[in-house]
Design a protein around this ligand. Structure first.
Ligand code: GDP
Ligand code: MG
Length: 598
């Protein structure tokens, strides 16, 4: 396609405002998928996305469209996630587009991520088309949404399109607006190749599939390409576009979004944000790439079976191709052997990585309790960063400690104001601002320790506001704190993988909850197992798992042999997911239990 006939745009919005549903309507209208293969939220193709009903990965799809001017256009649409943990996915999508559809749910109005995503789009000079969605709903307040678009977003409400993504209302007008309002990509197809890697994935049959936005030049089969960050060179085997499936093309030219496959054997050669160029006629400078993301939550991963360490390493490497925000390095534990210390963008991100390792890569793994990164001032005058409890220095060597703080912005109907303020206070939050957006909605701004938000803040906010409060945050700075290392002892021995760094004021409560949870998770064994929570040598919580051989056959009253066998097999299966820690058998679920506070 000629550059003038291409439009690259993303759909951005707060979570649940209907991005993926709108993508469905655009895809359906373009007739690129047969009706019998169509399913709702078709771009959410990972199991976890479908189960949780949320988008985790940005997903590109090329749709052909014949406009009312009679011309054929190729629209490259990118659906994006809305959850705060996946802002990185949104920012990468924005980098490969010239325009954005900014959705506002007519029943919810402008929410926290509506604002933050709009700022991301503005930073990159995207043409923003405001779209008011869910106009079919009885609770839809179109004038209210228009007012918020003007007042909160500073956009012209006259420009807003009215859509029901669910019923397909307003879709034709939307297509025309995309073609007429969003600029065509610029770029010279005869210049040397300059293409941005915005994503990748690993295909067991075809190897690394590199997702590209071509800014200059063209790429075709047989061409020798170079990755500019490390000068590795490969020959292009296939190039093509995303039409739900990968569809091969003769070439991709300036302005296009597509993929290449190039027999890439060394997974580490490919890096999201890198520039691909022509090895024989390279461009002068690489593209700016993406702003580096900094992980905020850290946890270690260990294989349940220590023999699977190498396999876990190669799985992480492949997963990182598809999730550039994942960082990891080697780690080891006295209790669990060799593993990896990993950095995540939030707790949901951690859960997603865990599930993907298990499902896509068939890994059986244990995660240790998540932690933020603390700054510790030592008595020697030296200052160190610590996120791993095993690296926490002796109390005696510590002068002071600091923890990361966030600026949390919460938008809520006034009804829930009181309860939300109580929650924020309980989480050591300090209110720094409060603005009435209109008569019914307030924006609250709090300074809060990141560690408090990690645990159950989001869930509790949602439950006390019946889902109506929205939340967004930025990491601001470090502030002084009082920190202790909480150790967990099983049978009198500290298990390093269960240690946590916690705010002193929360230590007793945390210790109590962890001990209780472990008691429920650890199966009775032939001896009594004391579970203790301690700070240094000071025990602050205690539970006991009583000795009793778990006799699964007791329930069977003789008789049915096949039922007995089944039970025994089930018990054996349970064993496989057990980890011997000292002389205590710990199920995988025990480690998970420690992650959750409530
Ligand atoms: P996303 O998180 O922005 O991708 O939102 P989804 O597309 O997953 O939609 C969230 C929910 O809103 C789903 O239950 C959709 O069926 C529903 N939804 C989306 N658009 C509309 C609409 O126009 N009208 C109504 N009534 N429901 C909608
Ligand atoms: Mg979605």
């Amino acid at each position: 396609a000629e550059t003038v006939n291409i439009r690259n745009f993303c759909i951005i919005a707060h979570i649940d405002h209907g991005k993926s549903t709108l993508a469905d309507r655009l895809i359906q209208k373009a007739d690129i998928v047969e009706d019998r293969y169509f399913k709702d939220q078709i771009l959410d193709n990972m199991d976890i996305e479908r189960e949780r009903g949320i988008t985790i990965k940005s997903q590109a799809v090329a749709i052909p469209y014949t406009a009312s001017d009679g011309k054929e256009y190729l629209l490259n649409l990118v659906d994006t996630p809305g959850h705060v943990d996946f802002t990185y996915e949104v920012s990468r999508a924005i980098n490969s587009c010239e325009g954005a559809l900014l959705l506002v749910d007519a029943t919810q109005g402008v929410q926290a991520q509506t604002l933050s995503n709009m700022y991301l789009a503005l930073e990159h000079d995207l043409e923003i088309i405001p779209v008011i969605n869910k106009i079919d709903m009885a609770a839809a307040d179109i004038p209210g949404a228009k007012q918020q678009i003007e007042r909160d977003l500073g956009l012209n409400p006259e420009d807003a399109l009215l859509v029901s993504a669910k019923q397909g209302t307003g879709i034709d007008e939307l297509f025309e607006a995309i073609v007429t309002r969003i600029p065509a990509p610029s770029g010279d197809s005869s210049a040397p190749l300059q293409a941005l890697i915005f994503d990748c994935h690993y295909d067991p049959y075809r190897g690394v599939v590199v997702h590209l936005r071509i800014f200059q030049g063209r790429v075709r089969k047989g061409m020798k390409i170079r990755f500019m960050s490390n000068n590795s060179e490969y020959e292009v085997e296939t190039a093509g576009v995303f039409k739900l499936a990968l569809v091969e093309q003769d070439e991709l030219s300036a302005g296009s979004v597509g993929y290449i496959i190039a027999g890439i054997k060394t997974v580490g050669d490919v890096r999201v944000g890198d520039t691909v160029t022509d090895a024989d006629r390279p461009c002068d400078t690489p593209l700016p790439g993406f702003r580096e993301v900094k992980p905020v939550v850290f946890s270690s991963i260990y294989p349940v079976d220590s023999n699977d360490y190498e396999e876990l390493r190669s799985s992480l490497e492949k997963l990182k191709l598809n999730d550039a925000s994942l960082v990891y390095e080697k780690d080891s534990s006295a209790a669990l052997g060799f593993g990896f210390r990993c950095g995540f963008l939030g707790l949901l991100h951690l859960e997603v990585i865990q599930e993907r390792l298990e499902r896509e890569f068939d890994q059986s793994i244990i995660f240790t309790a998540p932690s933020v990164k603390y700054r510790i001032q030592l008595k020697t005058g030296e200052s160190i960063m610590v996120d791993n409890p095993t690296e926490y220095p002796d109390e005696g060597k510590i002068e002071s400690a600091e923890e990361p703080y966030i600026r949390a912005s919460i938008i809520t109907p006034t009804t829930y104001l009181g309860n939300i303020m109580t929650l924020c206070m309980e989480k050591r939050g300090v209110q720094t601002n409060m603005t009435y957006l209109d008569e019914k909605r307030v924006e609250l701004v709090y300074d809060m320790p990141l560690a408090e938000v990690l645990f159950d803040f989001y869930d509790r906010l949602k439950s006390i506001s019946r889902g109506y409060a929205s939340f967004d945050y930025d990491i601001t700075d470090y502030k002084s704190t009082e920190l202790v290392k909480l150790d967990i002892l099983l049978n009198g021995k500290a298990v390093d993988a269960l240690s946590q760094l916690v705010y002193k004021g929360n230590a007793y409560e945390r210790a109590r909850v962890v001990c209780e949870r472990l008691k429920d998770e650890i199966p009775r064994q032939q001896f009594k197992i004391p579970i203790q929570g301690s700070i240094g040598s000071h025990v602050i919580a205690r539970e006991t798992v009583n000795a009793l051989r778990k006799d699964v056959l007791a329930k069977c009253y003789g008789g049915d042999i096949s039922r007995k066998r089944k039970l025994l097999e089930k018990q054996k299966e349970g064993k496989k997911r057990m980890k011997m820690v000292g002389d205590v058998e710990l199920p995988q679920s025990a480690f998970l239990a420690v992650l959750k506070t409530k």
